[in-house]
Design a protein around this ligand. Structure first.
Ligand code: SF4
Length: 450
């Protein structure tokens, strides 16, 4: 199925599109308020973009520095060239320690690598401990948003799910009661987990430390109890110095949810006493992206989700419509750049409004990146129509003739016939009604009357 077909299915469910749009737009509005309250926002965005560009330009050096600092603090650093190697490394670590149950906090990288099904197929139970992730895990589906994984679901659907899996009373859909039930269930599982897996929001080259941001504190719980912590980190998550972290922390939470800072910003500098910390550095196509000038900037992304909350195509069509780990505008750049064979059509899942570029806290020019990928994918859909329009608009007489023919056709042919002829255009839009008289002829009459 294409993005358009999946989005149409989502939109066809009565009320879902409007409700989804409203939910995401309220997050976007909270983001706007938080941004307005920070006079130096523009400067921070500029600085963040410069820091990311600088780090990417010297990525091999910073990675080596990170490895040596992390190792000096007692962590073990592993290198994975792709998803398969990442999964093998994680499995090896778990099997060596006879781990049967893992508590995992939210990590888009482990989603990207398909870690959950990989481990589960080998007999290791993985419990997603972020509430939204846990909900989609119970439904056996992927997150639909990188910050709000279950935003596509209504509370009544979550209530029914919890009734089935957690034994809550039938019909219960009060958020407080549902959260309490999930918490109780998760607590039991936290206590029995033998290892904790987290993602990484930022890796600091200068100190070898990693930083994980959550609102539920689940990363801390998941890693404080068991003796093994595995952190999966994309190589683009590096920043040079500890001092740079504050720039990104101030941008991340405000852009994601409108909060000044995430409720928990957890720093891991080496393992706890008597415990192990393993950091798996994952490439999985990032080096290839870094080598491509046109899309390199997409690696600056700090996964705040603001471009998704802003994009009208995402808000009305839902995140699952993209059929990719990272949906929305940034996913429409990253996924086809990494897997053109599967996601080449995603840059076209865009209205061209440019709104995403205006909210990105690291200043990624998403509209430009989407445009580059569209251009790379060869002749665009509707190119014939655009060529005809370009021909007609390049001369005064041609333009007058073309609009005259259109006016005549609209007068003589039934509307249905015209809509059928232009169905590529009219499927998603209303065909404008041409004025009965052209402006040119109206103007000439006015001139004659003077
Ligand atoms: S591209 Fe920008 S706005 Fe979108 S998720 Fe990444 S950092 Fe946020």
């Amino acid at each position: 199925m294409t993005h358009a077909e999946r989005a149409a299915l989502f939109a066809a469910e009565p009320g879902r599109s409007a409700w989804h749009d409203e939910a995401l737009w309220s997050v976007r509005q909270r983001r706007d308020e938080a941004v307005r309250a920070l006079p130096e926002w523009g400067r921070l965005v500029e600085l963040a973009g410069q820091l990311k560009a600088h780090t990417l330009a010297r990525l091999p050096d910073y990675l080596e520095q990170f490895e040596s600092e992390a190792t000096a603090r007692g962590a073990v650093v592993h290198w994975a060239k792709d998803a398969a190697e990442h999964n093998r490394i994680v499995l090896g670590l778990l099997e060596e320690r006879r781990v049967e149950r893992v508590a995992k906090s939210k990590s888009m990288l482990t989603e990207e690598c398909g870690l959950n099904p990989y481990l589960e197929a080998r007999g290791i139970e993985v419990i997603d401990t972020d509430l939204g992730e846990r909900i989609v895990q119970l439904r056996n589906e992927a997150p639909s948003h990188i910050v709000l994984p279950a935003i596509h679901l209504k509370r009544t659907e979550i209530g029914a799910l919890f009734h089935e899996h957690l034994g809550t009373p039938a019909g219960e859909s009060e958020p407080a009661a549902l959260v309490a039930a999930a918490r109780q269930d998760l607590r039991r599982r936290f206590l029995s987990a033998q290892a904790g897996i987290t993602g990484v929001n930022f890796g600091i080259a200068e100190t070898g430390g990693i930083v994980v941001c959550t609102n539920e504190g689940n990363a801390d719980l998941g890693t404080s109890l068991p003796p093994l912590h595995i952190a999966s980190m994309g190589i683009e998550k590096l920043i040079p110095r500890l001092a740079d972290l504050s720039v990104f922390l101030r941008l991340l939470a405000r852009s994601a949810t409108g909060q000044p800072i995430t409720a928990y910003t957890s720093h891991f500098h080496g393992p706890r006493p008597d415990a192990e910390l393993h950091i798996v550095l994952v490439d999985n196509g990032r080096s290839a992206l870094r080598a491509r000038e046109a899309v390199r900037e997409a690696l600056h992304c700090i996964r705040c989700g603001a471009c998704m909350n802003t994009c009208p195509v995402f808000r009305y069509g839902g995140g699952h419509a993209y059929g990719a780990t990272i949906p929305g505008p940034i996913g429409s750049v990253l996924e086809p750049a990494k897997h053109p064979q599967h996601h080449a059509s995603l840059p076209f899942a865009c209205s061209g409004c440019g709104a995403c570029g205006g909210v990105c806290p690291v200043g990624i020019d998403l509209p430009q990146q989407l445009q580059s990928l569209r251009a790379e994918s060869g002749p665009q859909r509707g190119a014939m129509g655009l060529r005809a329009m370009s021909f007609a608009m390049r001369g005064r007489r041609r333009y007058a003739l073309a609009t005259g023919v259109m006016r005549l056709a609209q007068r003589l042919l039934p509307r249905l016939v015209i809509e059928r002829m232009a169905r590529g255009w009219t499927r998603d839009r209303a065909l404008p009604q041409a004025a009965r008289e052209s402006f040119r002829s109206w103007w000439q009459k006015q001139e004659r009357g003077r």
